[in-house]
Write a protein that binds this ligand. Structure first.
Ligand SMILES: [Zn+2]
Length: 58
């Protein structure tokens, strides 16, 4: 799952990932600014994903 979000909504996106997947979220910067935030009309600058298969703690 990936959530595109702006600076204002990055915390919201993080909360949603943690809530739904109970895994640590991963934040990447969005390089091209064509994408829009999922929660407003601002440009997305981050994409928040659930850490799926990459790393595992413990
Ligand atoms: Zn936003």
């Amino acid at each position: 799952m990936n959530i595109l979000c702006c600076l204002e909504h990055v915390e919201l996106a993080l909360d949603i990932i943690v809530d739904e997947f109970e895994t640590p979220p991963v934040i990447h910067n969005v390089d091209n600014s064509l994408e829009t935030c999922e929660y407003c009309q601002n440009k997305a600058i981050y994409v928040v994903s659930n850490a799926d298969s990459d790393t595992r703690c413990g």
